[in-house]
Ligand binder design. Structure first.
Ligand SMILES: *[C@@H]1O[C@H](CO)[C@@H](O)[C@H](O)[C@H]1NC(C)=O
Ligand SMILES: *[C@@H]1O[C@H](CO)[C@@H](O)[C@H](O)[C@H]1NC(C)=O
Ligand SMILES: *[C@@H]1O[C@H](CO)[C@@H](O)[C@H](O)[C@H]1NC(C)=O
Ligand SMILES: *[C@@H]1O[C@H](CO)[C@@H](O)[C@H](O)[C@H]1NC(C)=O
Length: 408
């Protein structure tokens, strides 16, 4: 399957190690001990200074062999937003720098100048030596790594810490679409879904994250996970008082039902709309989470518009409309923009009754927002406020058109 992912630059650890080995062997074609040192150091989860790899890099399987270092700046998340809650792993660059920094620079320089003195034959021989060395290090395949993580998850006597570590490993391993596609074949989906009901919040959260990552832009995996009925647990997690847990649940739900009719139907029948509404109206909910919820609403509404076969009646539900309109009374430009986009899409749905918006005084709310955008935006946000105001006017025009159609 060649579907490009939002962050195709991310690679699981074994690819990464390979890339680094390659870089090291290109940079220092003859310095075997240095290459070995770098590679071995990378192979140890408990390297002395892990901070160089970023705060999220806690890798090691429950077993002694095949220990790894994590990679993966999990920011972004493509069209399904989840960046602000990401764990923050180190980047490939920082890892490379680390690998290079951990070989002796003086020696490197010396050896590099020696390269020129070597004959082509000698160079070739050195390269061969390095290649053999790398083979001896026996890099496990991604499938091997996935199997190890699954076996750990499937082992009921494993410690909570090792369970969390196994999930963190899977999180990185399932990023490439081929690995995500293999996860179920290797028996991995059910154990991860099972962890959504773990008593430990952190375990539940990471499991949702793994499922979201694996199903992102991947209809096959979406349908496998939906088939196992994971949506019910995820919807439940969306009510969590932990922002982190609710955010990852929402991320997983978004990834699961995005562009997926079955998923959206299941979301509706699992009463997902009540969960969304809970997030939208609760004052105690983190505004970042609310923005993600609004973003999901827009995404679902747009899908209904494009499919020409609206199924998600809750989007046009009166109280749902009220929750959305009420959000415009808050003081948050970014939220305003997202909410206006949502209203714009909802207004266009054939199932929407524009008089519900009239009832909740969308006109008045938009006028007040206009004043607010003009008078209250801080200097450094004037430009953005201008853009949001243009969008506000667009929504206003659309609203008036729809009203006219109804009243004529
Ligand atoms: C780890 O790295 C930091 C910054 O790079 C450095 O200050 C510190 O001394 C290092 N610690 C060890 C144990 O090497
Ligand atoms: C399960 O985990 C325990 C504790 O880490 C370990 O001793 C045992 O060998 C594991 N069982 C299997 C089947 O791997
Ligand atoms: C997990 O363990 C169960 C038995 O406890 C076994 O039937 C199943 O095959 C195992 N799955 C994997 C992927 O190891
Ligand atoms: C959906 O959730 C709401 C709010 O929790 C509840 O009032 C309603 O009964 C639920 N509906 C179904 C079908 O479960």
């Amino acid at each position: 399957m060649a579907t490009p992912r939002a962050h195709s630059s991310k690679r699981p650890t074994s690819h990464l190690l390979f890339a680094i080995s390659l870089s090291v062997s290109v940079l220092i074609p003859l310095f075997v001990p240095a290459a070995a040192t770098a590679a071995v150091a990378l192979g140890e989860g408990d390297g002395e200074n892990k901070s160089a790899l970023g705060p999220g890099s806690q890798w090691a399987t429950g077993k002694g062999e095949g220990q790894l270092v994590a990679e993966g700046d999990t920011a972004g998340g493509g069209l399904v937003e989840e960046d602000e809650f990401a764990g923050g792993f180190g980047s490939l660059d920082s890892m490379l720098q680390w690998a290079i920094g951990n070989s002796d620079p003086e020696k490197l320089k010396e050896e590099a100048s020696d390269v020129q003195k070597l004959s082509a034959d000698e160079l070739l021989k050195r390269r061969q030596e390095i290649k053999e060395l790398m083979e001896k290090l026996k890099m496990p395949s991604d499938a091997d790594l996935i199997k190890i993580a699954i076996a750990d998850l499937n082992n009921s006597s494993i410690s909570l810490e090792d369970r969390q570590r196994a999930l963190q490993e899977l999180l990185v391993l399932v990023e490439p679409i081929d690995n995500a596609n293999d996860l179920d074949k290797l028996g991995g989906l059910l154990p991860v879904i099972h962890e959504l009901n773990n008593a430990n919040e952190e375990i539940r959260t990471t499991s949702a994250w793994v499922l979201g990552t694996a199903s992102q832009n991947n209809a096959l995996v979406q349908n496998q996970i939906l088939g196992y009925g994971a949506l019910a647990s995820l919807v439940k997690m969306g009510y969590s008082t932990s922002t982190e847990e609710a955010a990852k649940a929402l991320y997983a739900i978004s990834a699961l039902i995005r562009n997926n009719v079955n998923g959206q139907e299941a979301f509706q029948s699992e009463n997902g709309s009540a969960m969304l509404q809970h997030i939208l109206v609760s004052n105690s909910v983190d505004v970042r989470l609310q923005k993600k919820a609004v973003f999901l609403v827009t995404d679902l509404a747009d899908f209904q518009l494009n499919s020409g076969n609206p199924q998600l009646s809750f989007l046009s539900d009166r109280l749902f409309v009220k929750s959305i309109v009420d959000m415009l009374s808050r003081f948050d430009l970014d939220l305003h923009e997202k909410v206006l986009l949502a209203i714009k899409s909802i207004l266009k749905l054939s199932s929407t009754d524009v008089e519900d918006f009239e009832f909740y005084d969308l006109e008045g709310v938009l006028l007040r927002l206009g004043v607010q955008l003009e008078d209250l935006a801080p200097d450094d946000q004037k430009e953005f406020a201008g853009e949001v105001d243009a969008l506000r006017r667009e929504v206003q025009t659309l609203f008036q058109q729809k009203l006219k159609q109804v009243h004529s």
